[in-house]
Write a protein that binds this ligand. Structure first.
Ligand SMILES: [Zn+2]
Length: 450
């Protein structure tokens, strides 16, 4: 692969171990990884005729952003009128019958849209939580979409097994048998999981939530994940209804339920965690259990403000997630990071979280939650997942500190590299024909409305 030199960036926010910020600096990319970060690298490579040069004058360069929680399929059910103003459980009951009509094409196209939208907001690594498999849908459909786009992808094989007739929330038509679920989990891990450094695809196991699968499936999924060396993911402690359900059904809080079933540890991350109490935060910090903080979704569903300041202070790993597009409804990870910063300030005051800390959570923090110490920072040997932000436009005009991107700056990336390959150039996706995909998505959405 030809070397690439990103040259003359106004600022590089490296998010390395020292959180170094470099001015008028360069990055050299070689074989999908960062070969060097520093000033005047151009002098050393000028003699190499093959090197592709990218001018980054007037730009701020950051690691690619990391999305730790999404349901890509939901881009087909944005702003559904019946779900616009509902709380979590009522919102789910409105949407389940629509999702029950999805097939493989819906899953593939909606994933293309969701991932492209993330890429345009600077995201280079995304997880996805797909927990419904009606009409022949497979995790394979989303993996194909990510591979075509060139996004680094951590799909998780989700599942629901307790339907309405058994006291669960989803309709019976959307749940699967638990043996069938475990067999398919084994199939997708064996087929797609790549544990190597620089991996473009790592599969996780992800029963949907404690209120849609049995205790047995939670435990069996944890045992299987440890056996296969893959990560575990689910929703936890999302709102007051969720806590009440846990106390009524299991006789304990969600943290205790998770701990009893093997759902704590550095190989586990939970979405939301809005209602974790002090003891649960200590549990997460002690066991290095990760959190996918989804501020926009939490606002949209009125779930509350996650205690992110307390989590970070205790040492619990925290990353960001845009969550599914039926509860955000946008998939802009840069906007998500700004919301994360603002919400902590609402709860704790203006000094509760700086713009740079929120950006750190969105990059290095998310990579740590997903077990990717090879991503989320720009340092020699780390993967070349790089976002370049143009700070010469109106969003930054008049800014005294253009590198404070979350206070004043663009929310769409100018250039984006994943594993050293450019997938966004001058604000446009290079790897897929986006207008055609948008047309196809709108056609599918209209068909679902009829
Ligand atoms: Zn979710």
């Amino acid at each position: 692969m030809t070397d690439i030199l990103i040259r003359n960036a106004n600022t590089i926010l490296t998010m390395d171990d020292k959180r170094s910020e470099l001015s008028n600096a360069d990055i050299l990319i070689r074989n999908g990884a960062v070969a060097a970060v520093g000033t005047n690298l151009g002098n050393t490579v000028a003699a190499l005729p093959d090197t592709i040069i990218h001018e980054a004058k007037g730009c701020v360069v950051t690691p690619g952003l990391v999305n730790t929680h999404h349901h890509l399929y939901q881009t087909l059910t944005r702003a559904v009128p019946g779900g616009q103003d509902a709380l979590l459980f009522g919102w789910l009951r409105t949407l389940y019958p629509i999702w029950a009509r999805f097939g493989p094409e819906e899953i593939f196209v909606s994933a293309q849209i969701g991932l492209a939208e993330l890429a345009l907001s600077g995201c280079t690594l995304s997880s996805d939580h797909l927990y419904l498999y009606p009409n022949g849908c497979r995790l394979d459909d989303t993996i194909a979409a990510a591979a075509e786009l060139g996004m680094r992808f951590h799909p998780t094989r989700g599942a629901m097994s307790i339907g309405e007739s058994a006291g669960g929330l989803p309709p019976d038509s959307l749940v699967e048998g638990e043996e069938e679920i475990l067999n398919d989990m084994i199939r997708v891990v064996d087929k797609f999981h790549d544990a190597s450094e620089g991996s473009m695809c790592r599969v996780g196991l992800a029963p949907c939530s404690p209120f849609s699968v049995s205790r047995d499936l939670m435990r069996d999924a944890a045992l299987l994940a440890r056996d296969k060396g893959v990560m575990l993911h689910t929703h936890l402690a999302e709102n007051d209804e969720d806590i009440a359900y846990s106390e009524a059904q299991f006789g304990c809080r969600p943290g205790q339920y998770a701990e009893e079933l093997g759902w704590t540890g550095p190989d586990v991350w939970h979405a939301h965690c809005v209602k974790l109490d002090g003891q649960e935060i200590d549990l997460f910090a002690r066991t290095r259990t990760g959190v996918a903080h989804c501020p926009c979704s939490n606002c949209r569903l009125g779930s509350g403000i996650a205690p992110v300041r307390a989590m970070r202070d205790a040492g619990a790993p925290v990353g960001l997630g845009v969550d599914g597009s039926a509860s955000n409804d946008s998939g802009n990870l840069m906007a998500e990071a700004r919301h994360a910063m603002l919400l902590q300030r609402v709860a704790r005051g203006a000094d509760a979280m700086s713009a740079r800390e929120a950006l750190e959570i969105a990059t290095r923090g998310g990579a740590n939650v997903l077990g990717r110490s090879d991503c989320g920072r720009l340092a020699p040997g780390k993967r070349a997942d790089i976002a370049i932000w143009d700070t010469t436009g109106i969003d930054s005009a008049g800014s005294w500190d253009p590198a404070a991107l979350l206070l004043a700056g663009p929310t769409r990336v100018k250039h984006l590299f994943v594993e050293g390959r450019q997938i966004v150039r001058d604000g446009q996706i290079t790897s897929i024909d986006l207008p055609t995909v948008i047309e196809r998505q709108n056609r599918l959405a209209r068909a679902l409305q009829s």
